[in-house]
Design a binder for this molecule. Structure first.
Ligand SMILES: NC(=O)c1ccc[n+]([C@@H]2O[C@H](COP(=O)([O-])OP(=O)(O)OC[C@H]3O[C@@H](n4cnc5c(N)ncnc54)[C@H](OP(=O)(O)O)[C@@H]3O)[C@@H](O)[C@H]2O)c1
Length: 255
């Protein structure tokens, strides 16, 4: 297969998660040079170094020549700005990118009335505000693209997921509006809405809840992380994909 991502510099925020790791592997396998970010990226670096395909030696733009690993807590707004813009340490700055993927996220498992205020703030800060700040401070290059990982729950209610759903619906609204503003810079902006994915988020559900979701899903199964990564590759490589709100949920959103 042609490596249409060859030499492209892709920053993945939340790269150590199940979905982020899968996206990292897929993009590296297509020749992208990666900057991987999360809180636990230093611990994960050795295993990424073993598993990721090395980027091509020559690159068309000013992309780094090897994959890079930058520790970032997206709940620290000043750090997000500094990390993307290189305000403090140029070596630890992301620099110009062709593709930005916002994939960091945390879930919620409590009924709204029982959710502590601090947790409400944490979910919104991690899932929504951090996505906005990364989009604001990243130096996405002309003809580049942004992919914001939202969720099926942006569109469909679920018990125990009020704040999570609001944060992910916010990501969709933000993506749509940003798409218009970024057109002046020739940057495409898309949202990816996975349904349930084989991940701890799914595994932590009670068996009867899992059963209900599976019954309600026309395809009667959950997605693999690789299928989500495949959708991200599509959004990054299809040059007409803009303002896509891509449901990847096995049809669950239809039920
Ligand atoms: N799994 C699903 O079924 C599913 C379905 C729909 C949508 N999604 C969305 O897909 C995305 C990835 O989900 P996943 O299943 O891969 O989750 P995961 O395995 O729990 O990974 C979450 C990622 O977010 C990062 N993260 C969390 N808090 C952070 C912080 N304060 N600063 C920096 N990074 C932070 C984590 O890295 P560190 O802990 O190292 O910081 C990790 O890389 C999330 O946005 C999630 O809402 C998931």
């Amino acid at each position: 297969m042609a490596l249409s991502l060859a030499g492209k510099h892709c920053a993945i925020v939340g790269a150590t998660g199940i979905i982020g790791t899968s996206i990292a592997k897929a993009f590296a396998s297509h020749g992208a040079v990666l900057t991987l970010l999360s809180r636990s990226i230093p611990e994960a670096q050795p295993s990424f170094e073993k598993e990721l395909r090395k980027p091509p030696t020559s690159t068309a733009n000013k992309a780094p020549t090897s994959h890079r690993y930058i520790k970032l807590d997206v709940r620290q707004p000043d750090n997000v700005a500094a990390t993307f813009r290189g305000l403090e340490n140029k070596d630890q700055a992301v620099g110009p990118v062709d593709i930005l993927i916002n994939c960091a996220g945390i879930s919620q498992t409590t009924l709204f009335k029982r959710t502590p205020d601090e947790e409400i703030r944490s979910v919104l800060d991690t899932n929504l505000l951090a996505t906005m700040l990364a989009c604001k401070h990243a130096k996405v290059q002309p003809n580049g693209c942004i992919i914001n990982v939202s969720s099926l729950m942006a569109l469909k209610g679920a018990v125990g997921a009020t704040v999570y759903a609001a944060s992910k619906a916010g990501v969709v609204g933000f993506t749509r509006a940003l798409c218009l503003e970024m057109s002046a810079r020739s940057i495409r902006v898309n949202a990816l809405l996975p349904g349930w994915v084989d991940s701890p988020m799914w595994n932590n559900l009670k068996p009867d809840v899992k059963k209900e979701y599976l019954q309600a899903t026309p395809l009667k199964r959950i997605a693999s992380p690789e299928e989500v990564a495949d959708a991200a590759v599509f959004l990054a490589t299809n040059q007409f994909a803009n303002n896509c709100v891509l449901n990847l949920d096995g049809g669950l959103s239809a039920s």
